[in-house]
Design a protein around this ligand. Structure first.
Ligand code: OSB
Ligand code: MG
Length: 367
């Protein structure tokens, strides 16, 4: 297949409510939609999830937009590509910038799947009919309000609840949730808000029977994560630290954690996500699929990834309406007994909602 033209849309999609983490807060999901057209009239769609400010990884939306427009798409145009897995070679000389690359990777997988009249899940090797939905709840003003939010999530059917934490909003908040829901599959995500010297504070969380603590320390600090894991009974899950297969291998060798949050966008797309899940599966490391508050296009790719056998735990893939009053796909993603159906129709398995896309697009380019 050969990509002959491409379109980029910079979109600011309003969130239903402000999402607060230890690194900042968001009112809109700012992202880039990439459309790639081939010589036979097929179109593949991918999302670049980089935030407007580089507070989660070093990428940000405008840097990704420039890279896509001026480097990645011009490099791709008119090249004969046999399989999307080849893209890692095509972009080999471009360092990191995984979220920009992931937008192209996922769009190419969508295109490839549509050309074969197969679902995205099928072409990447997924073998599940549905995947487990979990929810991520931002930092709340008080433990009582958090308990209310968790109550709503449980009622909606979410199989696992993740609570964002930071120093001063950790033990008391989680304890209140644990008291109200003794059996709940509960976990915490610190987004690197702690240091090794805070180990005592994190050790206190061991009594709450959490499924895992996600990314307690800095993203480039595998060594201290290993030291911390030795002191905790709760498994550490790495998110920000895992940007490549090599990162997953280093985590395993060093014992920096026991679980991986594989984000399709953060690792550069479905090809690498698949490699990491295969490595994890062969080394008995549990994995699940994380999100970036992505729109439906990102989440459709996440559902396909989560259908791979190595994704063993509930994912941060929620229904469209959890985050958005208007999503950019049709039909909306919805929960079915706490599960999400893996589409069987070609490609991503959703149509785009162009009214919504045009309404929230702030800039576009045709290449
Ligand atoms: O750390 O997993 C994270 C959202 C934005 C940035 C980082 C993270 C998150 C989430 C929400 O936890 C995941 C989602 O539901 O999309
Ligand atoms: Mg995380």
């Amino acid at each position: 297949m050969r990509v002959t033209s491409a379109s980029l849309y910079k979109i600011n999609l309003p969130l239903q409510s402000i999402f607060r983490t230890s690194f900042g807060q968001m009112k809109t999901k700012d992202f880039i939609l990439v459309a790639l057209q081939d010589e036979d009239g097929f179109t593949g769609y991918g999302e670049c999830s980089a935030f407007s400010i580089p507070f989660y990884t070093e990428e940000f939306r405008d840097s990704a937009y420039l890279l896509l427009k001026d480097v990645l798409i011009p490099t791709l145009l008119n090249q004969e590509i046999t399989t999307p897995a080849q893209l890692t070679k095509v972009f080999h000389t471009i360092k990191r910038n995984n979220m920009a690359k992931a937008a192209i990777d996922t769009a190419m997988w969508d295109l490839y799947a549509k050309r074969k009249h197969q679902s995205l899940a099928k072409v990447i090797g997924g073998n599940k009919k549905e995947v487990l939905a979990g929810i991520s709840i931002g930092i709340q003003p008080s433990p009582a309000i958090l308990v209310q939010k968790v109550q709503q999530a449980v009622k909606a059917g979410y199989q696992r609840v993740k609570v964002k934490i930071k120093p001063e909003a950790d033990y008391q908040y989680l304890k209140a949730v644990r008291n109200a829901f003794p059996q709940l599959m509960l976990m915490a995500d610190a987004n690197s808000a702690y240091q090794l010297k805070d180990a005592d504070c994190l050790k206190k969380l061991d009594e709450l029977g959490l499924l895992m603590i996600e990314q307690p320390l800095e993203s480039d600090d595998l060594l201290h994560h290993a030291r911390l894991q030795q002191q905790l009974t709760t498994p550490i899950c790495l998110d920000e630290s895992i940007n490549s297969l090599a990162d997953a291998q280093a985590m395993y060798q060093l014992g920096s954690g026991r679980i991986i949050n594989i984000k399709v966008s953060k690792v550069g797309g479905l090809t690498i996500a698949k490699e990491i899940q295969a490595f994890a599966q062969s080394h008995h490391i549990d994995c699940w699929c994380g999100g970036m508050l992505g729109s439906g296009v990102a989440r459709a790719a996440d559902i396909a990834a989560a259908s791979l056998p190595g994704y063993t735990l509930p994912n941060d893939i929620s229904a469209s309406q959890r985050y958005f009053a208007h999503d950019i796909i049709k039909p909306l993603i919805s929960l079915n007994n706490g599960r999400l159906k893996v589409p069987v129709s070609p490609g991503l398995g959703f149509n785009l909602d162009w009214d919504t896309i045009h309404r929230y697009t702030i800039e576009e380019n045709k290449l």
